[in-house]
Design a protein around this ligand. Structure first.
Ligand code: TYM
Length: 331
């Protein structure tokens, strides 16, 4: 029997995941579990490039992990773990940083954006963040990486690093491809639909948390910024409506054509309400499952431990291969 292809992906535990994280990445994590050998991580090492409150971070890591389980990521089928529980990520990251150019990292748009946003804390970790992300992916020899569009540039860098390393030392790393969904790959802010929905947005009406209750979800969609037109149609210049149509399509599986037909002759009010209700319906099962799982501390601990052990074992093989290739002495 042919071995299943491998998948790796991660999410930062900064704040509760939002609808963009869910539609852009997490929903696919769940879907791909039967067909692939999947590893999913709460990437806490990545999250400290921006200053974190330790008490809040600890809570967020635990909740983000429980949310993955609540969503349907199955710890018996997939490897689900916390990044800092597997030291191989940081180890491989150092090696790979010696095969990554300063110029390449300087061109990363996320680095440029984040350093503009936090001019008081442009730390070395923020700069080398994409190398750690490359290490995450390459340590598992991942074939596919389910992410939203905003991570495409980082993935390209991971491929470049892998290719460079392989050119010098032979076939060490599998070349990973991005797996980006057709709809939901870039969910925009509900308050400024030219900007992506983001965990760090200060306006709470700009994003939907996956744990927002039904009334909050409906109210936020009602307040979503649209345009002065009245037609529910996917067209250039209608950024707000285009975003709502993409969300509605992603949560209901309806095509844009079907959506335009459904709302022909109706106003934006009806449409916004439908998007809110459909989104709330989609998130409801995960929310009740989350309430159950978060109360079961022993179960969460057991899953974290099992996940970390599996993750360590898989990645140690890669580290050993890499150490041998670069010429380190084995004991
Ligand atoms: P993070 O934590 O910012 O986001 C997690 C996932 O959500 C996707 N995403 C979006 N998708 C659609 N619309 C949006 N508005 C939106 N915002 C975020 C992201 O593309 C991502 O897939 N660097 C990564 C975490 C990471 C990682 C990895 C991912 C670390 N190592 C290895 C894949 C493989 C990040 O900050 O994602």
């Amino acid at each position: 029997m042919e071995a299943k292809k491998r998948i790796f992906s991660g999410i930062q535990p900064t704040n509760t995941p939002h609808l963009g994280n869910y539609l852009g990445a997490l929903a696919n994590w769940v879907k791909l579990q039967d067909e692939y050998d999947c590893t999913y991580s709460i990437v806490d090492l990545h999250s400290i490039t921006v200053r974190q409150d330790p008490v809040k971070l600890k809570k967020q890591i635990n909740e983000s992990y429980a949310l993955l389980l609540a969503m349907g990521v199955d710890p018996d089928k997939s490897t689900v773990f916390i990044q800092s529980h597997n030291c191989n990520h940081a180890e491989l990251s150092w090696i790979l940083s010696c095969y990554t150019q300063f110029g390449e990292l300087s061109r990363m748009t996320q680095f440029k954006d984040k350093s503009a946003k936090h001019p008081e804390n442009i730390n070395a970790g923020l700069f080398t963040y994409p190398v750690l992300m490359a290490a995450d992916i390459l340590a598992y020899q991942a074939d596919l990486v389910p992410v939203g569009i905003d991570q495409k540039q980082h993935l390209e860098l991971a491929r470049n690093i892998a290719q460079r390393f392989n050119q010098i030392y032979g076939d060490v790393f599998t070349m990973p491809d991005a797996y980006i969904p057709k709809t939901g790959a870039k969910v925009m802010s509900l308050q400024d639909p030219t900007k992506k929905m983001s965990k760090s947005d200060e306006n709470p009406n700009a994003s939907i948390s996956v744990l927002d209750d039904r009334d909050t979800i409906i109210r936020k969609f009602k307040r979503a910024v649209t345009d002065s037109d009245t037609e529910v149609a996917y067209r250039e210049g209608k950024d707000g409506i285009n975003n709502l149509m993409s969300i509605y399509s992603a949560v209901t599986d309806k095509t844009f054509e079907e959506i335009e037909k459904e709302f022909a002759g109706k106003g934006y009010g009806d449409f916004k309400l439908a998007v809110g209700e459909a989104t709330a319906d989609r998130l409801a099962p995960m929310q009740s499952e989350f309430a159950r799982i978060i109360a079961d501390k022993a179960y969460i601990q057991e899953c974290m431990k099992k996940g970390a052990e599996k993750a360590f074992k898989t990645t140690r093989k890669t580290i050993q291969k890499v150490y041998k290739k670069v010429g380190f002495l084995t004991l």
